[in-house]
Every structure is written in structure tokens, then in C-alpha cells.
Ligand binder design. Sequence first.
Ligand SMILES: O=C(O)CCC(=O)C(=O)O
Length: 294
Amino acid sequence: MITEQDVAFYREHGYLVVPDVLDADLLARARAALDELVANAASVSAHTDVYDLEPGHTPENPRVRRIKQPDTHTPVFWEMANYRPMVEILEKLLGPSGVRLQTSKINLKEPHHGSPVEWHQDWGFYPHTNDDMLAVGVLLDDAFIENGPLMVVPGSHKGPTFDHHSPDGYFCGAMDPTRADVDFASAVPLMGKAGSMSFHHVRAVHGSAQNVSDQPRRLLLYEFAAADAFPLMGIKDWARFNRNLVSGKPINQPRIVPAPVRMPLPPAPHQGSIYENQTTLANRYFARKAEPVG
Ligand SMILES: O=C(O)CCC(=O)C(=O)O
């Protein structure tokens, strides 16, 4: 599905958007499963292992900001992690050692209030022995400028690893926009029709604004690593680590390549999701706009 030029574009700019990757049946089943998950959020009143809730959530008016690790509890999302056309793209972008799913999440931005995500590099959260890693964004809705698409600063994957700590010294999962020397205005929105996929490098600086449109923006994110990239924070469950290979065979010889690293330690005081981690960020880039009344 991608050409050598696409691979070269990804290596140069740190991102790629590929239209129409997903077939209509799989997209429809994923959306139906997501609708059911969101409806079931009516039974919770605080964050859980599955739900991260938007401010203002009530059981009567469920507002879900994130579904955590959908591949582990809802079969269609594991099926999609193994979807061959996507895996073939990953094999081209991540190299010959194989491809391992690291984790997954669905970030939901409901019309008018879906939360922004402050600028960060995924590498700041989980440094590995090499940086052949990326996140796939599966567009479950059309993504356009007003509904808060993911935005990537081109070429930033070749630059420094920025500090993701707040002034108290704790990890906060975000870069202070007043301290980082980055041209945020040059960021490219990764837009497209539902069923398209975006790919961004683990070191690429990215973030997204609030949804100010009347349409939802639901983005399923899969984080993948080359099979020979091993986490510097250690492997908690070796069997699961290997079960998550969607291409290639288990290996025990990590490839070690120099890349600038900052450990995400001491851990963020607010755990559970990037939204919670980022609550201690000193200065925000993305303004929160009031919802229209009525
Ligand atoms: O949902 C988004 O727009 C960005 C999400 C993201 O970068 C993350 O969750 O790490």
C-alpha cells in the first residue's frame, strides 16, 4: 500500500498519512464496538482500567475521553492490530526484525468539548534500545482542522528529546511550550477520511487542539515497535511481550542504537492516562474554549 517514496517521506518528515487502508466492514465493526463501550460508561463515575473520563462526565451524560488498551478487552481491536494491509506498511517502516504491538488506546473528542493533548514525544514516555517505533492513528471519523486532528512538527523526530518534566521535577508527559525551542506553528495536521491511517515516529513532536466542531473525532492509536527494540524501563510480562508480535518471531537480542533519552522518572503524580499526566504542566499551548450554550 505504500511506495519507496512514501517510506522516504516518512524517514525525512517523521509522519505519513495513507488514505483508505481499512476495509468498510472492519471500520463499521470497530465503530459499533466503540459505541457499545461508550454506552457502558454510564455505569462508572470515576476513571477505571478501561475508561478515562472527560471533565463533566456523569452516569446520565457519559463523556469518555479515552478507552484504554482496547486490544486487550475488545476482540475487534486485536483483530485490527493484526490487519495485514497495516502490518505490511509497518514492516516497511520499522525494518526486518518484526513488529510488536506495544499498546493501544482510543482518544475520543466529542463535538465542542473533546480535550486537547499538549505537545509531547512518545519517546519521552517509553525510551527503548532503538527508536524504530511509531504510532498508527486509525481514523474512526473524518479528521479535519476544526475537530482537533493530530498534528506533527515535521522533522522533529531527528532533533532532541525534550524535557517532559514539570518544575517540581516529576514527569508530566508534556513539553513546556515556553521552554522548548520548537516551531509549533509549523505542525502539520494529519487529516483524512475515516478508514485512513496516519503513522508518526516515536520521537516526533505532536499534539492536538480541542474539538470545536459539531462532529466527533475518534482516533484509535496503536503504538508499535520493531521486534528488536526493547523498553529501557524493563519488560513486565515476557509472554505477553512476545504474544504481541504481529509480524516476526520472538528474539532475545535487542538492537542498541544511540538516541537521546530522558527517563520518565520520577513518575507523574497523576497516573492513568496522558490527560492525567499532563495536569501538572506549568504552561499550556492549547486553549480550552467554552462549549456553546443550549
Ligand atoms: O489524540 C490525539 O490527538 C493525540 C494523542 C496522543 O498523542 C497520545 O495519546 O499520546
